[in-house]
Design a protein around this ligand. Structure first.
Ligand code: 5RP
Ligand code: CO
Length: 217
């Protein structure tokens, strides 16, 4: 399947959110990546439910909501209500990860699990069949515009192997520091979805940048 692109609105112009979402509607992107940070799980605060709902009101692409928060189970239903099509929780934030995944699915949303750079792919061995998406963090979560961690390539290959071995339908998403210099190698390693924040929104022509990433796979 062709690579899918999920621009992260963390890097957009927050004073013009409607305009930014309408630009993404016109682009070739497949999802809109929504980064939720609580200042506890990660050392940064982004935005929450009302802003997500406001984006959803204008979006014609599915919202891919990345929860970088503690106690995510508590907020899953509310983010579904706010328009999430995919809800991703961090493995490191869930004591009962299997229960968290079931909770997301019960809302009707697709269920994703994100892995921090220090968390091995083998952590998902016993639940990979239950997951719709695995988000491999290629930076430490909390900020946009960080440098890509090259060890990610090996993690993508290991995850692809696990998915194939178990016959899982999980998609592989890469989040953090994605740009034209590493995108082709990530696709080659097995990535299905590329999240790109600063590379898209800091470019001269975000629509052309999204098309450029999309054309790589
Ligand atoms: O989850 C995230 C950070 O925690 C963001 O999705 C990610 O950083 C995307 O931004 P950039 O492409 O600028 O790295
Ligand atoms: Co993210």
């Amino acid at each position: 399947m062709a690579v899918q692109i999920a621009p992260s609105v963390l890097a957009c112009d927050f004073a013009n959110i409607q305009r930014e979402i309408e630009m993404l509607n016109r682009s070739a992107c497949d999802y809109i990546h929504v980064d939720i940070m609580d200042g506890v799980f990660v050392p940064n605060i982004s935005f929450g439910l009302p802003v997500t709902a406001a984006m959803h009101a204008h979006a014609r692409k599915p919202l891919d909501v990345h929860l970088m928060i503690v106690n995510p189970d508590q907020y899953v239903a509310a983010f579904r209500e706010a328009g999430a099509a995919i809800i991703t929780v961090h493995a490191e934030a869930c004591t009962h990860l299997h229960r968290s995944i079931q909770g997301i699915k019960q809302t009707g949303s697709q269920a994703g699990v994100a892995l921090n750079p220090h968390t091995p792919v083998s952590f998902l061995e016993d639940i990979i069949e239950d997951i719709d998406l695995v988000c491999i963090m290629s930076v430490n979560p909390g900020f946009g515009g960080q440098k890509f961690i090259p060890r990610t390539y090996d993690k993508v290959r290991a995850l692809k192997e696990l998915i194939v071995k178990r016959g899982s339908q999980a998609k592989i998403e890469i989040d953090g520091g994605v740009q034209s210099g590493n995108a082709a190698a990530l696709i080659e390693a097995g990535a299905d979805i590329l999240v790109a924040g600063s590379f898209v929104f800091q470019s001269e022509d975000p629509i052309a940048t999204i098309a450029q990433l999309k054309a790589l796979g």
